[in-house]
Design a protein around this ligand. Structure first.
Ligand SMILES: Nc1ncnc2c1ncn2[C@@H]1O[C@H](COP(=O)(O)OP(=O)(O)OP(=O)(O)O)[C@@H](O)[C@H]1O
Ligand SMILES: [Mg+2]
Length: 457
């Protein structure tokens, strides 16, 4: 059970909160700073709910002490003195959220659940210890998901045998990485690994690239040239984007891999080759077979072992470890010291539609590290590089706020405006744009909220 700590000097409130949450959480109570710090130190508290007005004590001071002990502490501030201004200042200094009294239990419940999630995220963010980093860097394949584990397991089984491997999956999912890993881990590792992108080499050149040619075989063939099959002898040939190979070449490839023999262009003498063949494609080969654009016999020859790389959206649990790894990688490469990663940095990446898969995630992290000011990564470091429209659609819409039946429209409007304002890093103009209202309206509304809060004090 997750543990929460409630700090308030008002006994009836504390008791009623305990009653409200005792079935979901292990609840610790504190009526003053001293008790609060004691609970905080001795128990692994996920979320702290702190009333700013603590008898004669200053809740903000207690808050600072907790944050000194644990900069990642998730604290929800409750206050009767909730002017937007002071709350915003509080949030700027790392408060997770604030609530004004009287407490809406449902809203608090929502915030605690969210806070517990954030707390878990923090725990994972810096999980890469020095030893595990070394391990990761050696293998180069990061992933916690069942699918990555099962792929690693398959690699282990097939690394030393020569069965042909077809790696499928969307662009940027790690197909090339896996091909290299199979070679590096297998018993051909001391021999050459060549990767040939069949889509990048012009149709007419592919044959001579793969099989080589004899001097004088065609105009421009001034000397003999070895093809990749010969160069990779004893090693591995990785044919990437195999789906883009034209039909004529497919026939020649089929012959070569069936007989383990190639004939350079312009030569009469076949050469025996010993090459492990790994292929990859982001296209649907079976469909190409149906359309008669890919030879069926070749398809079955190549697809003895199929490794399918799932898209990142289908294995979201890999995003945190991958992000950790890329932060580590690029902070070293770019010589930047990153001291802290805010949970919203990871949260933003988790919500982002990473259609470019791992490659896109890697680029976003590299760019954030290259351009970060200071040594803390926050969601701003991702957001500021993406255009506004994309941003409002991708992020703002996905952030939830609790709205319950029976609230006044004015109240709901206030919640939407305040939380969008926070999401926009307190930028009025941007908030207005996203909400589709004028700068003037937003200015007036925010002013009104501050006045209302002042009155409630
Ligand atoms: N599981 C992973 N762990 C660490 N890095 C990864 C992982 N998967 C992919 N990457 C990195 O993401 C980038 C893209 O991966 P890769 O080039 O292997 O993808 P691909 O599927 O071959 O893409 P394409 O279809 O465009 O050729 C590379 O920099 C790679 O190192
Ligand atoms: Mg690739």
């Amino acid at each position: 059970m997750e543990k929460i700590l409630i700090v308030d000097d008002d006994e009836p409130i504390v008791e009623s909160l305990k009653f409200a949450f005792k079935n979901q959480y292990k609840v610790y109570l504190a009526y003053n700073s001293e008790e609060a710090l004691e609970h905080y130190t001795n128990n692994e508290i996920s979320v702290t709910i702190l009333d700013l007005k603590l008898g004669n004590e200053d809740g903000m001071e207690l808050y600072s002490k907790i944050k000194d002990m644990n900069p990642e502490a998730v604290v929800i501030i409750v206050t009767a003195y909730g002017t937007i201004k002071s709350s915003i200042e509080a949030i700027r200094s790392g408060v997770f959220h604030y609530l004004t009294k009287p407490i809406d239990i449902k809203e608090l419940e929502f915030l605690i659940a969210k806070g517990a999630e954030v707390n878990n995220l923090y725990k994972q963010i810096n999980f890469l210890s020095a030893e595990s980093r070394e391990k990761y860097i050696k293998d180069g394949i990061i992933g916690e998901s069942g699918s990555i584990k099962s792929i690693l397991n398959t690699i282990e089984k097939i690394k030393d045998i020569d069965s042909k491997v077809l790696i499928t999956g969307e662009s940027g999912t790690g197909k090339s990485l896996i091909a290299k890993a199979i070679h590096r881990q297998g018993n051909r590792r001391h021999k050459k690994f060549y990767a040939i992108n069949c889509a990048a080499i012009p149709k007419d050149l592919l044959e001579s690239e793969l099989f080589g040619y004899k001097k004088g075989a065609f105009t421009g063939a001034l000397t003999d040239k070895k093809g990749y099959f010969e160069l990779a002898h004893g090693g591995t040939l990785f044919l990437d984007e195999i789906g883009d190979m034209d039909l004529g070449m497919q026939g020649k490839l089929l012959q070569a891999i069936q007989e383990n023999v190639i004939t350079p262009i312009g030569s009469e003498e076949p050469i025996v080759v010993d090459v492990r063949i790994i292929t990859a494609t982001n296209r649907d080969l079976l469909n190409l077979v149906k359309e008669e654009r890919f030879r069926e016999d070749l398809y079955y020859r190549l697809n003895v072992i199929n490794i399918h790389m799932p898209a990142l959206r289908d294995r979201p649990e890999d995003i945190v470890p991958l992000t950790n790894y890329f932060i580590y990688k690029y902070s070293r490469l770019l010589n930047k010291e990153i001291k802290k990663i805010e949970y919203d940095f990871i949260e933003t990446l988790e919500k982002y539609e990473l259609n470019g898969n791992v490659r896109e995630l890697e680029n976003l992290v590299e760019r954030a590290i290259a351009l970060v000011e200071g040594d803390v990564l926050t969601k701003k470091d991702i957001l500021s590089h993406i255009n506004k429209d994309e941003k409002s659609e991708t992020f703002i819409n996905k952030k939830l706020i609790p709205i319950f039946v029976g609230q006044t429209l004015e109240n709901i409007e206030k919640k939407v405006i305040e939380s969008t304002y926070m999401e926009c890093n307190y930028n009025q103009r941007e908030t207005a744009k996203i909400l589709g209202i004028t700068d003037r309206t937003i200015r007036n509304k925010l002013k009104k909220y501050i006045e209302q809060n002042d009155k409630n004090q």
